[in-house]
Design a protein around this ligand. Structure first.
Ligand code: UN1
Length: 514
């Protein structure tokens, strides 16, 4: 489809204007006090809309609104809160195509990946609804007669969610829908590279809230990380900051929040590897590696950035992989058959070319790709060739996360050696092994195996489901969000001891006779 037509169609369908306010605090703030930000499409580099972002004043407004709403929200039971999330999930089902389009236009995701982003929101909404009836603590046996001891999870209050451009709406929903059923209210600071998606999501979500007379538990404050992000991180009224972004920014957020003893969930960089054993199903592993390394143009935290291949199959595997890379279609992500769209902006293209040059200097040999790509009719877009670089050993560039489709290839003799290479980077988000050998798979999953938060067998490092806890170790920050018991991060745990007897026996046999 013609992009100009798509642009005006989306603005109309989602009721967006230009300029559009980027601040929502119980209503759209007409004249926010911050800078104007241009939302541009990386597909052709053209403007989509101008956004009016906020500064300190708007942030204060949002916190005040959140404080008021919290009181109302806490009057509802968790299943009543879950009911709102169910209604939101239903509306997202209806709006999936429209929202998928804006994600695709603003971030350059392919059509199916844009819709997949919204599906991830729907999935977490379903999960949160079920969870709203399962917020459980443990009961412990008390050593004292006629005593009961148990733990309960109470809401934290106001939480802040700072999201990245690459999953501009789903990561917000992982945090916000779960936090909402726990009883929290949320202030969202979206990435300045994907504000229009955030605005579109807020329009839909707040319409459901208004129509059904629920408290306005979600607010949006767009603005720079340096200003709004810092204000939120330093603010003791915001009990938890969930931050997705670079290791560098995550360190600042972490230190700022720690100074005031606030809580954080950090989902920082990944540098994910797959080990490909000679005992693997070759065609399955080729598909897994190709998806892991090239999907979303290599801009997922979970992207496969390194593969470590058994020397016994190295030649065959690498030659087949080259074949796939040469054939894969790069271009307009809205076109059928295109699997790799653009990078987010010019800065990302520069990071790509710098990384390729550094890899060459560090002894790497480019097997395929390595250059900027030009797409007919899309001269202003930010395209690069999916790239495979053979590395003689682990070098500084292979220890860094470059948000681009660059795959470093290493060779191994023994699985011990492969795991050593695998764990040799500072980041620890996702990992995988391709093998049909039970012993290899178990060694990879043992305490001396993968050191990552996510470990996969015979599937890619990317593409996690919402049901598991998502996050990683080491420089990835240690946070967990989304499924499993990650909801506990949005609550404060209270240990309760109740004496229902007539005496007051003391623990540890202590006597205090008066
Ligand atoms: C991210 O890149 O920050 O596992 C999130 C995946 C997606 C989420 C990625 N479901 O690839």
């Amino acid at each position: 489809m013609d992009l100009t037509k798509l642009r005006s169609e989306i603005l109309k369908e989602l009721n967006l204007s230009s300029p559009n306010s980027g601040i929502y605090a119980g209503g759209w703030v007409k004249k926010p006090s911050g800078k104007k930000v241009e939302s541009t499409s990386p597909i052709d580099g053209n403007n989509i809309a101008t956004i009016l972002t906020g500064s300190k004043e708007d942030y204060e407004l949002a916190v005040k609104k959140a404080e008021k709403t919290l009181v109302e929200w806490l009057k509802l039971t968790p299943p009543q809160r879950g009911e709102l999330i169910r209604l939101i999930g239903n509306e997202l089902r209806k709006q999936k195509k429209k929202l998928g389009k804006i994600v695709s236009l603003e971030t350059g995701k392919t059509t199916v990946e844009g819709e997949g982003e919204i599906q991830e929101m729907i999935d977490i909404a379903d999960f949160a609804v079920g969870l709203s009836r399962q917020l459980h603590g443990l009961q412990m046996a008390s050593e004292r007669l006629d005593h009961r001891m148990y733990e309960q999870y109470l809401p934290l209050g106001i939480i802040g969610v700072i999201t990245s451009f690459n999953f501009p709406s789903s990561v917000w929903s992982w945090n916000s829908f779960i936090a909402a059923v726990v009883g929290d209210v949320v202030i969202w600071k979206p990435s300045s590279k994907a504000i229009l998606t955030a605005i579109s999501v807020m329009k839909i979500v707040t319409k459901v809230i208004k129509e059904n007379n629920y408290p306005e538990i979600f607010t949006l404050v767009s603005g720079s990380g340096g200003e709004i992000g810092n204000l939120m991180s330093a603010d003791p009224r915001v009990k938890l900051i969930s931050f997705t972004g670079s290791v560098k920014s995550g360190r600042v957020v972490s230190e700022t929040v720690a100074k005031r003893f606030g809580k954080t969930i950090l989902e920082l960089g990944g540098n994910n590897a797959s080990i490909v054993s000679s005992r693997a199903n070759l065609s399955l592993s080729l598909k897994g590696v190709a998806f892991g390394a090239m999907a979303t143009a290599g801009q997922r935290c979970t992207t496969t950035r390194r593969i470590i291949v058994d020397e016994k199959i190295y030649g065959e595997f690498v030659s087949k992989l080259k074949g796939i890379y040469t054939k894969v279609k790069v271009g307009n992500p809205r076109d059928d058959g295109v699997l790799v769209g653009p990078l987010i902006d010019g800065g990302a293209v520069k990071n790509f070319t710098t990384a390729v040059e550094r890899a060459k200097k560090e002894g790497g040999k480019v097997l395929v790709g390595g250059k900027r790509a030009t797409i007919k009719g899309l001269d202003g877009g930010f395209y690069v060739q999916p790239t495979v670089i053979e590395m003689p050993k682990v070098t500084p560039i292979t220890c860094e996360e470059t948000f681009a489709p660059i795959l470093y290839v290493f060779k191994y003799k023994t699985l011990d050696e492969a795991i050593k290479i695998h764990n040799s980077v500072p980041q620890g988000l996702s990992s995988s092994i391709y093998t049909n050998d039970l012993m290899e798979e178990e060694q990879f999953l043992s305490s001396l195996g993968s050191d990552c938060g996510l470990a996969n067998v015979n599937t890619a490092t990317a593409g996690a489901e919402i049901g598991g806890a998502f996050g990683g170790e080491k420089d990835t920050g240690g946070g967990r969000e989304s499924g499993s018991d990650a909801w506990k991060n949005y609550a404060r745990r209270q240990t309760v001891t109740i004496n229902w007897g007539k005496d007051i026996p003391l623990a540890q046999g202590v006597k205090f006779d008066i």
